[in-house]
Design a binder for this molecule. Structure first.
Ligand code: BV8
Ligand code: ZN
Length: 233
């Protein structure tokens, strides 16, 4: 696999499923009884800020309690040992890639362990709760929300992602249903730019037809084997 110079990886909730963090579309599309789009939208936050703050307080605690699994650890190894260029983009808001050893992870949908002050625009690492209206460490206002990209909001660092997709030799999608855009469109962009495309997923995704190759199985098995292959055994 030494011909590989530039890899872009996109991960979704499936890579953290075996760490006990729930995926989005496994059950009836509800989250603790709420349609995801209801609690993960600016309108939902405006309508019922307390509900949304509690929803993310709960997610933050779950992320802190979770442990990285073999897939996160294998990607951490790749991040450290791959001689070419690697961009690891995740849709996940957990920090399990980082705790698995990955460096420079691009969280296109934000992070559970960060908050964003709507008064002074500062962002802070945050492991506590927001339900009790804590003051912003920078400006003292009680105006912090989760630093998470909700439906209808622009994902982070899209230019950087598009540039990497345009130059990639290989695009790998791991543990995502291909249901949410713009992430779901990355495979088509990579393919049009001439990259080979590989999907590692428990079941076929909505975009499986766009991939050159799809391997079906749990990430904790498929990802370590694939990393081993890339790093030349
Ligand atoms: C934007 C943070 C525009 C919140 C998230 C109609 C058509 C097309 C698009 C739209 C449309 N209407 C609206 C849109 C746009 C919308 C969208 O795509 N909606 C969908 C529902 C149709 N997108 C947006 O709003 C995005 N923004 O478009 O902005 C814009 C333009 C200009 C100016 C301003 C704005 C923003 C989307 C981001 C929303 N935030 N997350 C939170 O986490 O609480 S999205 C959320 O769902 C996740 O972050 C994730 O990205 C996304 C998809 O979830 P997945 O990660 O794929 O997880 P899922 O459960 O779906 O699948 C898991 C997969 O893993 C499954 O395939 C399963 O088989 C597999 N699996 C399970 N276990 C394992 C496994 N695989 C391996 N091993 C296992 N063990
Ligand atoms: Zn502030």
């Amino acid at each position: 696999m030494t011909s590989l110079q530039r890899i872009v990886i996109l991960t979704g909730a499936g890579v953290s499923a075996e760490s006990g963090l729930r995926t989005f579309r496994a059950e009836d599309g509800l989250w603790e009884g709420h349609p995801v789009e209801e609690v993960a939208t600016p309108e939902g936050f405006a309508r019922d800020p307390d509900l949304v703050q509690r929803f993310y307080d709960e997610r933050r605690a779950q992320v802190i309690a979770a442990q990285p699994n073999a897939a996160h650890i294998a990607l951490g190894r790749l991040s450290g040992e791959f001689a070419g260029e690697l961009l690891l983009v995740t849709q996940n808001i957990d920090d399990l890639h980082e705790r698995g050893g990955a460096r420079d992870v691009l969280h296109m949908h934000g992070q559970a362990l960060r908050v964003w002050c709507q008064s002074c625009d500062a962002r802070h690492d945050w492991r506590g709760t927001l339900r009790d209206g804590p003051q912003c460490p920078s400006c003292g206002a009680v105006a912090m929300r989760p630093d998470i990209v909700w439906f209808g909001e622009m994902p982070y660092q899209m230019e950087r992602i598009f540039d990497a997709l345009a130059r990639a030799d290989l695009f790998v999608s791991i543990g995502t249903s291909g249901a949410v855009y713009p992430a779901a469109g990355f495979v088509a962009q990579a393919s049009q730019a001439g990259a080979r495309t590989l999907e590692l997923n428990l079941e076929p995704s909505q975009g499986s037809r766009f991939f050159d190759e799809t391997q079906l199985g749990p990430a904790s098995e498929l990802v370590p084997a694939w990393v081993e292959e890339v790093l030349g055994g």
